[in-house]
Ligand binder design. Sequence first.
Ligand code: SAM
Length: 278
Amino acid sequence: MLYLIATPIGNLEDISIRALDTLRSVDLIAAEDTRHTAKLLMRFDIRKPLVSYHEHNKDTLGEKLIEKLKNGESIAYVTDAGTPGISDPGEDLVKLAIENGIEYTLIPGPCALIMGVVLSGFNTRSFVFEGFLPQDKKKRREVLKRISDEKRTLVFYEAPHNILSTLKELKEHVVDRKICLARELTKKFEELKWGSVDSLIGFYEENNPRGEFVIVIEGNREVEEVIEYEEVEIFNMVNEKIESGLKRNNAIKEVAKETGLSRNDVYAIYERKKGTTL
Ligand code: SAM
């Protein structure tokens, strides 16, 4: 069995009892950085064989781990911080487990993106997690372009040394929108800083950005709300107007005006639905 285990993102007290019990029970622990994980294990007096599974050896080591799992060994996978699979090689391990029919689960726990989006106070009913901006210039441009019209809250990860340059890149795409920088979450100097992109650029030009950051951007509220209608709604709207005395073509004309659809589309929907409804 493969256990992906969420570990603290800064405060060691945030590890769950189930995570500790599982780390104590498995045959082997695979870790993104064994030195980093060794410190966590030492703190809780856990002694287990450790292997490293990271971005650069995931193809070869992944196969080896799968062999062990097929032979009945239990393996825990932990990353440097947070929930494995969120912007780290945990995602590939899950895919491998699925492909090979290996039983697997996640012991849930801290995750910087969830903490950042909740603390931002922005809309959490629907948000988009973009992870790190792509390095590839074309893909990066595509993501940045999407941001301009995104109505949902956006969440990004970024390394401290890139914060200022990323804010500068974001500038033209987030005009008049609030940004929340959630820094050093769960740590002693946890901090939330809200502002316009210009004010945050100004601040970090004066002050060196330190620590870990989640960037949360308020959705673009200026984008016109596009209401999507179900065909049955269109049919009912036309029908109601006919029942209240309008001629069919006038009813279709009015519904087209109200919904922003073309008259031809409303007519086609009405006729199609009439065929199935009557
Ligand atoms: N899997 C992790 C999780 O569940 O959050 C994220 C791994 S990703 C490689 C690391 C990024 O997460 C950092 O660059 C930073 O953007 C964010 N991060 C991790 N810990 C953080 C913290 N304590 N405060 C703010 N951001 C953090």
